[in-house]
Every structure is written in C-alpha cells, then in structure tokens.
Design a protein around this ligand. Structure first.
Ligand code: DGY
Length: 322
C-alpha cells in the first residue's frame, strides 16, 4: 500500500519530521519565507495532509488543489487563516494546537505588560542612542501594577492563564467575554469580576485582549472603544492584529489619550502601521507569543499527531469546532 503524502509549508523540528516519515512521504518547503500561494496549490495535488502555519491562507481554491486532502493541521491555536466552511464542505478535517502554547503566550503577555508599564523598550532605545545621562529621581517613570485592575477581554485558555498570573503582581482581575466561540470557554475564577466590555474598558488600568479573530471581533477595539479607556491605561494585544484598529490606536497614543500599548500582532503582518513605528509609548514585538523552543516544538508535534491520527482513520486529537 502506498504511503500517504504530507505537505509541510515551513521547516519543522527534525524530530517531528522523523515521526511523520515513519509512516508517510513528507514534502517540506525549506525556504526562509512562507510558501508562495501558487507553489502551495501545485504541491498539494498528491497530498493527503497539509501542515500549515498562520501565514498560509487555506481557502476553497487551495483545498480544491488537493483533491485527496483529508486533514489540514494548522500549527497555531488561531485558525482564522483557514476557511472552515470550505473545508467542511469538502470533508476535510481541520485541527489546531491549543493548550501546548497557553503558558508561553501568557508569560509573554506579562512580559509585554511589564515592558510597556515600566518603559523597558523605550529605556533601552534611549540608552543605545547614548542619551542616558545617569540615574535621576524623575527619569523615565513608569506605572505600578500593584493595586490596579487588569481587564481581560476573552476568557479562553490564554486569557485565563494571563488572569491567573495577576495575583503575583498584586493586580485584581476584571473580565469580559463576548459571544460563544469568541474566547469564552472555561470558567472564571470566583475572584474575577465579570464586566460588560464598555465597563471593563472604562475601569481597567491594563486591558489585555485574548479573543480569536472572527467577524464579531474585527476592530473590536476601535476609536470608540479606545476613547472609553482611562487616560493612564495601557492596551496589550497578543491575540490577532485585526482585533485592534491600528490607525485609531496610533492616533490615540499620539494624542496621549491612553498611556501606552504593547502589541505582538498586527493587522497586516509583517507590516506595522507606519504611525506606530515612530511612537515611544508603544512596545512592538514581532508575533513572538508562543516563540520558545519547547512550545514551538510541542505545537509542531501536536499537529503531526493530528495528521497521523486522521491518516490512520482515528479521530483527530484537537479538531477545530467549525
Ligand atoms: C497562534 O498559535 O495562533 C499564535 O498566534 C502563534 O503561536
């Protein structure tokens, strides 16, 4: 019997590729850039499984290019790059990589919260430019977290993991959930105050976003939402870029309408809104939330296990509810 073919759109850890190669014929795009869309379509012709990243758009046209496809295994927890309805219509299973990246992403979110409230990146830029003239009582003052309110938008796994760390910094937690499917799985800790979104925005000192990108969450944080925030508040986004209207955020930061922001994700990655690039009160990270050796390996490994399960006729481990 011929071995099933797996197409992988980016280089993966060798341990993961070897696991796949025990049972499948593996083709892997080796270049430093994302696989061009036309190459993706042409290489899918004989594939039974596709392992892809959030940088790969998998729509009906891509799925049609792989008539033998049985599974699309996204190596990410977010799956807004995949047209789920198109996959369902063609009987293709879609899987993602939840859980294995929760703690790394929550840690990174706190890194951003500390970086922006304590002006770490801004301070380092000043120092590297040779503009630091020595310790001074009033030099580059940030803002304490202790006693303040952390507002979590979206109580999915990552939102809850971020909230669970708040006690270590002496913060109280408020949370707002949106409609089911927009980051609302799981329960809130009894100590977390549930608020409507507008109330959360107007009372929180740090607002951290943890919703998936859906039609309902696109530009959830727009000019109107930002104007509800306190002038001394900070906005942090480690979810998906289009949840925040970048032009509105850049305007508000430039006008001093909020104290600062920290972003790991952007509306049109890898492009960053040019108005953000010139601002000192925003920390800009290049989508690093889950970027640790251990976590990225675990993500690739989970995606591979999903592929092997489906190709052997078993249920996927982490199917995406469509
Ligand atoms: C995801 O998994 O969706 C992140 O954005 C990348 O880890």
């Amino acid at each position: 019997m011929s071995r099933p073919a797996v197409l992988i759109t980016r280089r993966l850890p060798s341990s993961v590729v070897e696991r796949l190669e025990e049972q499948c014929t593996v083709q892997m795009h080796d270049g430093p850039e994302a696989m061009p869309a036309d190459e993706l379509r042409s290489r899918l012709a004989d594939a039974q499984a596709l392992m892809c990243l959030l940088t790969d758009r998998v729509d009906g046209a891509v799925l049609d290019a792989g008539p033998g496809l049985r599974i699309v295994a996204n190596i990410a927890v977010g799956y807004d790059n995949i047209d789920l309805a198109a996959a369902r219509a063609r009987g293709v299973v879609v899987t993602n990589t939840p859980d294995v990246l929760t703690e790394a992403t929550a840690d990174f979110t706190w890194g951003l919260i500390l970086a922006v409230t304590r002006r770490i990146s801004e301070g380092e830029r000043t120092l590297r430019r040779g503009e630091w003239s020595g310790w001074a009582l009033d030099f580059m003052l940030g803002s304490d977290l202790r006693g303040k309110q952390l507002g979590i938008i979206g109580l999915g796994r990552i939102g809850r993991a971020v909230a669970a760390r708040a006690g270590a910094f002496g913060m109280r937690v408020a949370c707002a959930t949106l409609e089911p499917g927009a980051g609302a799985q799981g329960t809130a800790d009894a100590a977390w105050t549930r608020l409507a979104l507008d109330q959360l925005l107007s009372t929180s000192d740090v607002v951290s976003i943890h919703v998936p990108l859906t039609p309902a969450t696109r530009h959830l944080i727009d000019r109107r939402a930002i104007l509800r925030m306190k002038r001394r508040a900070y906005l942090v986004n480690t979810s998906r870029g289009p949840v925040v209207d970048e032009a509105a955020l850049a305007w508000a930061l430039g006008e001093g309408l909020i104290a600062g922001a920290a972003l790991d994700v952007y509306e049109q990655e890898p492009r960053v809104h040019p108005d953000l690039l010139g601002l000192e009160n925003v920390v800009l990270a290049p989508h690093l939330g889950s970027a640790t050796v251990e976590t990225r390996t675990a993500m690739a490994d989970l995606a591979a296990r999903n592929v092997l399960a489906v190709l052997s006729g078993s249920a996927p481990l982490t199917p995406v509810a469509g």
